[in-house]
Design a protein around this ligand. Structure first.
Ligand code: GLU
Length: 456
């Protein structure tokens, strides 16, 4: 059986680090098993879903390298959902309800006061044809509930404890007591479908073999397994991964805009730093930056994901990003650097990469080399003397050693006393990449001028 997975975001917000975790775990699973990754946009909620957000999701996934072999949108499939819903209605598994939210609320309060579980009492199932007609004549439009299979013949309405069980790819033995749930609404009064239903129809029709998603869907799985069965289909395998929490243990929510893929991209993070963290968080593997999705696919196993919530730490992402860049070859960044006016080539990149945490830092170092810098002169006499001792051009990478040896011999300075004033004068900064690599890039004219205290 070939593996088919899907990532199914609702286009009601931008992708954030939490969704990326679901997307990447699906993608890696497909890659590892030679399977297919489907992008399905769960956009049946037309009020909250927009085309712009759908396009943004595609853009974000593409930027992360999470390509899809097939793209689907639920909003294009309503005719099919109508057909399948018709089958369930005819089979008596979908039934019309008319209670308003207020009526249901009052009923729940009464149930709670009596000490009974506040689940839907299936009163609508007791309505006669005539009563239904009357309600509709009053202008009430029905919404439709899925009748869970949790009763015994003879006691048709009273739910009994009914465990739906599966072996979860992450959480191992799982069961949900569908006898403790209300029959879920699958069709709203305006005729639109709820994701619980459309997802199952699509998973059947697209041949999805593995549903990998966040553990906030565990209860849904109990209901959805019954839906697969009601539609005569074998349920797929399910894997529910832990959710991300922030440093204080709070769930990361979509509202954390600065953790959206777009914001992280704008802040200069590398896709593979984000993807590495999203994939490895909460697993037994060390969180290291990986250079390719294939490398990660070989590493990530759903079984190795811990059930404890996975703590997302922004500082860790920054560190992964820095470590990734420190070993990134020039060819991997050449286009981006050139697009930002950095023309220093490989020599420049190799000189600065060990000092950058984001690609933008390289642009800043390029400015230190190629734009006027106000030097910091700690010791004017020493710097002026050092300027006189600069070797004549042409310079190569040995210039730093030749020059500092000469300055040391002339002034008797060594170590920090020798190097630090030179760094401050040449770059205007306390710290930075090795001057051995920077000096030839700064060049004789600028170096001499800066040592003399001129902005150059
Ligand atoms: N649209 C659902 C969500 O974003 C998909 C859940 C699933 O993968 O089945 O939560």
């Amino acid at each position: 059986m070939s593996v088919v997975v899907r990532f199914a975001p609702s286009p009601t917000g931008r992708l954030h680090i939490g969704n990326v975790r679901t997307a990447v775990l699906n993608w890696l699973y497909a890659r590892k098993h030679g399977g297919t990754f489907i992008l399905r946009l769960d956009d049946t909620d037309r009020q909250r879903s927009t085309d712009e957000l759908a396009a943004a999701i595609r853009e974000d996934l593409t930027w992360l390298g999470l390509t899809w072999a097939r793209g689907e949108r639920q909003s294009a499939r309503t005719a099919r959902y109508d057909e399948i819903a018709g089958e369930l209605k005819r089979a008596g598994r979908l039934y019309p309800c008319y209670e308003t939210a207020d009526e249901l609320d009052r009923r729940r309060k009464r149930q709670l006061a009596r000490g009974s579980p506040p689940i839907y009492d299936r009163a609508a199932l007791k309505l006669t044809e005539e009563e239904r007609g009357k309600l509709e004549a009053e202008g009430r439009r029905p919404y439709w509930r899925f009748r869970l299979a949790n009763t015994e013949p003879g006691e048709p309405l009273e739910p009994l404890p009914t465990l739906v069980s599966w072996v979860d790819l992450v959480r191992r033995d799982q069961s949900v007591d569908v006898g403790s749930l209300s029959d879920p609404v699958l069709i709203r009064a305006d005729g639109t479908f709820l994701y619980t239903f459309t997802s199952v129809v699509d998973d059947i029709e697209f041949g999805v073999t593995h549903v990998i998603r966040g553990e906030d869907h565990v209860t849904n799985t109990g209901v959805q397994i019954q839906l697969f069965e009601a539609l005569g289909a074998e349920p797929p395998a399910f894997g529910h991964h832990s959710l991300l929490v922030d440093a204080t243990g709070q769930a990361l929510s979509k509202r954390l805009g600065h953790l959206s893929v777009a914001a992280l991209r704008d802040a200069g993070f590398e896709p593979m730093a984000i993807v590495s963290q999203a994939a490895l968080l909460g697993t037994s593997e060390a969180i290291e930056p990986h250079r390719s999705l294939d490398e990660l696919a070989a590493l990530v196993d759903l079984e190795s994901i811990s059930r404890a919530p996975a703590r997302f730490d922004e500082a860790e992402l920054r560190s992964l990003n820095a470590r990734l860049l420190h070993s990134t070859p020039y060819r991997a960044v050449a286009d981006r650097l050139e697009a930002r006016g950095v023309t220093g080539g490989e020599a420049f990149w190799l000189a600065v990469r060990g000092n950058v945490t984001r690609i933008g830092n390289a642009v800043e170092w390029w400015a230190v080399i190629s734009q006027p810098v106000r030097p910091v002169i700690e010791d004017q006499q020493f710097c002026a003397r050092a300027a006189e001792l600069l070797p004549p051009p042409p310079w190569d990478e040995s210039v730093w050693e030749t020059w500092t040896a000469a300055v040391s011999a002339d002034t008797g300075r060594k170590g920090r006393a020798l190097f630090h004033p030179l760094r401050l004068a040449l770059t205007g900064r306390e710290q930075g990449p090795e001057l051995k690599a920077l000096l030839p890039l700064i060049g004789p004219g600028r170096a001499a001028a800066r040592l003399k205290g001129e902005t150059a």
